[in-house]
Design a protein around this ligand. Sequence first.
Ligand SMILES: O=C(O)CCC(=O)C(=O)O
Length: 249
Amino acid sequence: MHERAAAARGATSPLEPPPNLRTRSGALISNISEAEAITFTSALVTKSALAREFCGCEVFQRIVHDILNVPDVRLFHDQAVYKKPCPGRTFPFHQDNGYTFIEPLQYLTCWVALSDTDEENGCPWFIPELHRRGPLDHDFDEANSGWTISGVRDDDAVCVPLKAGSMACFWSLTPHMTGANETVDTVRKAYIVQFAPDGWNIQIWDKRGAGGRGVALGNTGPSPVDEARQYHVLRGGEGVGPPPLGPRL
Ligand SMILES: O=C(O)CCC(=O)C(=O)O
């Protein structure tokens, strides 16, 4: 996994979004990416054959086989997260469901360290057991530009330093945060790879509804899948490699 992570680091870096990426109307493309503090680069598997191979590799096939315990599993989402030196700037406690709410609720997040990470440069922290309480209310934390579980009690949070090539695997309902990168010159690099049982429904929640608090929608059954991005890693209980990267449009 260590060689694979080194290769993934090579694949993710050139694809980091340029600073201040804006729409034609001037709005920031993402309200959580900020070039000088933290960048999120999504769907690398649609741009890099190496990222594609990485997310579909046998290591993940085995992990999802054992943890998700269903015969058909797809890559749900992948993103590189680069955290720049920026004193005090955390990525606050949240559940991944606080960003992307699907049915069934629990999907699996694999947080892969592409560089060594520790308390000083912004490694992840987790609150044990709280995932059992289901989805928690999230509010937007303007100071740290991220959704967060307001008032969450974090006195028993566990700090998880990771060497490059190691990963933390956790449920999408597990509250987690990353600390500030308090170094002066190192960029903390991670690749986040998420897997979900095939047949998920993402159309049950409108995040922008009710003035940004979100509203429940009708249950419309399985959502359409982006085959180029959300490919199978497990089909009929067997690991399957990723389909080749198609021509770029
Ligand atoms: O890697 C980070 O600093 C935070 C990313 C994170 O927690 C997430 O994308 O859910």
